[in-house]
Design a protein around this ligand. Sequence first.
Ligand SMILES: [Zn+2]
Length: 424
Amino acid sequence: MRELFIPETKNPPAKVKDPGLISLVMEGAGVFNAKSGEIILLPIGVSTLSSIAQDLTEALLEKNGIQNIDCSASDESASSLAERYVREYGEKALAWMAVSGRKLNLWGWAETEEDVKMKTAFAADTIRSIFERYIPDFNYILEVRSGTINSMAGVCPTAKGSLYETEGLVCPECGNYFHGDSAYVHAVKPLNSDQAEKEVTDVHTPGAHTIPLLCEQLGLDPSETLKAMLYTVIMPNEKKTLLFAMIRGDKNISINKLHAYVDSKFKGASFRKAENDEIVSAFGEVAGFCGPVGVPSGVHMVADKSLKGGKNFVVGGNRPDYHRTGCCWGRDFEPEVADLLLFEESTPCPENGRTLASVPLRKICTLDCYSSDMRDEKVLSCRDRDGEHKWPYRWKAEISLEALILSFYEKKDERIKDEIFEEK
Ligand SMILES: [Zn+2]
């Protein structure tokens, strides 16, 4: 008897909002145990899942040379294989993958930062080429994440309340997805780049301790001002440093991006909002009037990269009720630069300036690359006749096959429509 068991289902599962899960159950591919939250796949679901997983692993072996193993999803197994075989088999032993527990995990090593970025990007391309067959609107979000050189999340739109749902943003024109910590990779025209540098002038701005109040008093657009936030960084040895983080007045700082910056700058440190007495002891009584010109020594400054090269900013005067106009990057202040921008619904699409709309996204996979010392991991190395070789960079990916199959069933109608359209 070789006939597959495909039960006929007349009613959608109760209390389930996920359109992918509803479709999967209605197709007789699986059942949902609401009590345990478990999706139990039936024969047709199992065979769908294994054929998608097979497509993926075959493509990753063929195009990227990633070797299939069967092990627990822990890093140790792949690391021990790499250590054992890399000397003899070189490239062939530098990337592994394993399917376990409805997840496909990938691990790889590289010699240089350039190399690790390239390997991650190639793996992402292969994954995309397979996913696009099953999920027409799949795409990646490039994100800034602590402990990574590059980080990507593979997503597609879904309904609110779906499994693996994450809040996202989408551009109505180009269709690109973003979320709060999306990397800002586009160039920004510096503020007032066509103007001459003005002189720094102190202006009396009584009571204007917020950007809206300041803009009202001086008739400014928030983009001409500078928003400053003060944090206290606590080093592993308990020593504290004030961190002066700034961004254009019409934007906000992403705390996760700031976290990534602090991690890269002060290894092992934590940070929190500065308390008033900490600000007073460095700046004096200036609450609401802090600015980047004349910052006390010992305060560490970082600016969102969109500020770089700007001219004639209006900034806090570092004394109560005063601001300064005509402040220029380079001449008056030149802090370190990092990507700190929080993507919000009001953020214009970096590509075409359209206002982003919020959209629920299903997160299907993640890809990260980093150097071993960013995470205190052992550097892969081996010694042979030619001396010692090191692979101090790593990349990793995790594909949730369960999220993938849910989106597969969610996009079924869309896929069929696409196919009919293409045939015409
Ligand atoms: Zn766009």
